[in-house]
Design a protein around this ligand. Structure first.
Ligand SMILES: Cc1cc2nc3c(=O)[nH]c(=O)nc-3n(C[C@H](O)[C@H](O)[C@H](O)COP(=O)(O)OP(=O)(O)OC[C@H]3O[C@@H](n4cnc5c(N)ncnc54)[C@H](O)[C@@H]3O)c2cc1C
Length: 328
């Protein structure tokens, strides 16, 4: 993978939390939603502290399709140019997909998604880039706002609230000392397993699909040539009768031979007992070179919070609604 992958980036500097540090809003989680919210509030003169447990960005190329509506937010946040510069696929090429039946090269396919075509209805373009690259841009923008402070390397462990405000308890690592941040409001942007949602007692409706999914991130030059007929397309859904409506999902990370692939696998699949190259080649319908960068599993689950607010505590992003639980 390229050097810009999240895991390869310079780690953020840890900053101490002094008990009693105060802001208008305490944001738990510095992913795309937490950082976007911090920029939005910070630009409006509201003070924020973002608590993010990680110091380095992750290196999974997820969340890549950024629609024109997302582009409009980027415009308001002053990051359109930086997002465009970080994009790994041009916007007239990105966010366009094909559904294929049997295998990707079967000849039975349906060109169903061309996001760039609706561009003229929006004030910004769509872009396609890995989420770690988007997050890097948002972090850089946050660093320029005097109203926003960040605390990387700290985890929120619980929250208390009363009529006047909230207290978010944070720790640096499992055995770390606990410190408290105070705010008028708190927002949990801490992802699918949101601690803030749990601490605030917000329940979810859960639709468990009991599906083990694999995520493969890999490099292949030959696949570029095999998919020449799909030039201008960035992702591909392959349907097979035995998948009973679930998809195999292949996508470009860039135009330089980096790819990702998701699909259901048997529940007992491990790194050691499965032929992931054969799975990929079976989806495409041809043999090709494969060099894996990452093999991981996730559980397909759909969960929606019953409420997005408990008094002074809000939840946003995947903390509110998600369709997966990332595992490895
Ligand atoms: C494998 C995979 C593939 C995906 N592919 C796509 C895709 O192709 N297109 C798409 O639109 N979406 C995709 N998604 C979904 C997309 O990535 C999420 O919707 C998006 O990341 C949600 O952003 P978020 O900021 O709400 O949460 P997250 O990105 O999960 O960020 C949460 C942040 O909170 C931090 N955190 C968690 N707990 C604490 C705590 N207690 N204290 C402090 N910090 C904490 C985490 O370290 C993290 O940085 C994919 C997701 C996965 C898992």
């Amino acid at each position: 993978m390229q050097d810009m992958r999240g895991g390869g980036m310079v780690p953020e500097t840890k900053m101490q939390i002094r008990s009693g540090d105060t802001a208008d809003v305490i944001i738990v989680g510095g992913g795309p939603v937490g950082m976007g919210l911090a920029i939005e509030l910070g630009q409006r003169g509201k003070t924020c502290i973002v608590v993010e447990r990680g110091c380095r960005l992750h290196n999974i190329p997820k969340g890549q399709n950024l629609t024109q509506r997302s582009g409009e937010h980027f415009k308001c946040w002053g990051v359109s140019e930086a997002i465009r510069d970080a994009s790994t696929i041009p916007h007239d090429y990105g966010s366009a997909g094909v559904t294929a039946y049997g295998t990707l090269l079967s000849g039975y396919d349906y060109d169903w998604y061309r996001r760039a075509q609706v561009g003229k209805f929006y004030a910004a373009a769509n872009e396609r880039l890995p989420q770690y690259a988007t997050e890097a841009v948002l972090r850089a923008r946050v660093a320029k706002l005097d109203t926003v402070q960040t605390r990387f390397g700290w985890s929120a462990t619980g929250i208390d609230q009363d009529a006047d405000g909230v207290e978010v308890v944070c720790a640096q690592g499992p055995d770390g000392e606990h410190r408290t941040l105070r705010g008028r409001f708190a927002v949990g942007c801490d992802g699918a397993r949101s601690r803030l949602r749990l601490s605030a007692g917000i329940e979810q409706d859960i639709d468990p699909h009991d599906r083990r999914m694999v995520l493969l991130v890999f490099r292949s030059t030959e696949l570029q040539y095999l998919l020449k007929r799909f030039e201008g397309k960035s992702y591909f859904n392959v349907l097979k009768p035995e998948l009973e409506g679930y998809w195999q999902f292949l996508g470009r990370v860039d135009l330089g031979g980096n790819w990702f692939f998701h699909c259901p696998v048997p529940a007992d699949t491990t790194l050691g007992n499965f032929d992931f190259a054969a799975l990929l080649q079976g989806a495409v319908g041809a043999q090709f070179d494969i060099e894996f960068d990452h093999i991981g599993f996730w559980d397909l689950t759909i969960a929606v919070a019953k409420s997005y607010q408990r008094d002074r505590v809000f939840i946003a992003g995947d903390a509110r609604r998600f369709w997966h639980q990332y595992r490895i």
